[in-house]
Write a protein that binds this ligand. Structure first.
Ligand code: FAD
Length: 307
């Protein structure tokens, strides 16, 4: 059995595994896809102390750093069930392969995924104009025209943020009203370089084969299609934590995020969590790494108090 078993091999899981291994305790990582979301990223310019890198490169570096230590890396395996420690028995992580891994402490770092529009052109132009993270990719569109899809809090926050960087922002909302908080809506309405279009259903991402050149939306009040010329599209219709398999076992927030305290402890003793899968605000690489380190130290502290 493991002393610490990490589920997830993204920035949070990698940091957790390294911090555990450095304590000299038996550490394992099980991951569906080692590297996590960074594998789907191109330019990364906010990984502090590294001016510029690329996602696949960072993904390889994460795995290499973990493998510098005596860590059991179990890649391409998906966890489907968690049984927390009980009555002196170890915690169990059940894999889809049928295997059961046992550990004294478990750190969950299964991350999240952005909800997509599922329209033609979106997948083709991902990282070539279609973006999901304004904190990450906003500066790449300096002085350009962008759209934000989604009029909830994240969409309106993204539009306000981007309006300070890009030349023009068009915010498109499917419904006939925005769902964001009133203060955010008021702030948005006060900005000179923002256009808000409601009752708009995005239909297609247009491009020239290299990058995004526009988008087509249907005006749901007239049923007519309209085209906007632009260089970037930020999709802000939800971030889905990879926690479906945990909902009967742990306390999750209304959005499905694992609730954690300041040490990364979840609602079950000995079960810790870190990164995009948790309630920690702002989903970023450096934040996920810090949270992974913290949850791992939290788990170590738990282990020395529960011999
Ligand atoms: P993830 O990276 O999502 O890793 C989750 C891990 O868990 C993966 O290994 C996954 O395979 C595994 N997993 C999931 N479910 C299971 C399961 N049931 N069983 C086993 N394993 C499982 N952030 C920045 O700071 N800067 C950027 O420039 C930036 N750009 C981005 C661009 C894109 C296109 C995307 C999608 C994200 C970007 N981000 C960026 C956000 C950043 O990638 C995330 O905040 C970060 O990767 C979160 O790390 P994590 O370890 O919590 O989760």
């Amino acid at each position: 059995p493991f002393e610490v078993l990490v589920v997830g091999g993204g920035p949070a899981g990698s940091a957790a595994a390294i911090y555990a291994a450095r304590k000299g305790i038996r550490t394992g990582v099980v991951a569906e896809r080692f590297g996590g979301q960074v594998l789907d990223t191109l330019a990364i310019e906010n990984f502090i102390s590294v001016s510029r890198t690329e996602g696949p490169k960072l993904g390889v570096a994460l795995e290499q750093h973990v493998k510098d230590y005596d860590v059991d890396v179990i890649n391409l395996q998906r966890a489907k069930k968690l049984v927390p420690a009980q009555d002196g028995r170890l915690a169990e992580v059940h894999l889809e392969s049928g295997a059961v891994l046992k550990s004294r402490a478990v750190i969950l770092a299964t991350g999240a995924r952005w909800r997509e529009m599922n329209v033609p052109g979106e997948a083709e132009y991902k990282n070539r104009g279609v973006a999901f993270c304004p904190h990450c990719d906003g500066p790449l569109f300096k002085g350009k025209r962008v759209a934000v899809i989604g009029g909830g809090n994240s969409g309106v926050e993204a539009a306000i943020d981007l309006a300070g960087i890009v030349s023009h922002v068009t915010l498109l909302e499917f419904a006939d009203t925005l769902r964001a908080d009133a203060v955010l809506q008021a702030k948005l309405a006060s900005l000179p370089n923002v256009t808000i279009i409601k009752s708009a259903q995005t239909r297609e991402v247009l491009g020239d084969g290299q990058k995004v050149t526009g988008l087509v939306y249907r005006d749901r009040t007239t049923d007519r299609d309209r085209t906007i010329e632009l260089e970037g599209i930020f999709v802000q219709i939800g971030l889905l934590p990879n926690t479906d398999w945990l909902k009967d076992t742990l306390t999750l927030s209304a959005r499905g995020e694992i609730e954690v305290d300041a040490r990364g402890q979840t609602s079950a003793p000995g079960i810790f969590a870190a990164g995009d899968a948790t309630t920690v605000p702002f989903k970023q690489i450096v934040i996920a790494m810090g949270e992974g380190a913290k949850a791992s130290l939290g788990a170590f502290d738990y282990l020395i108090r529960h011999p």
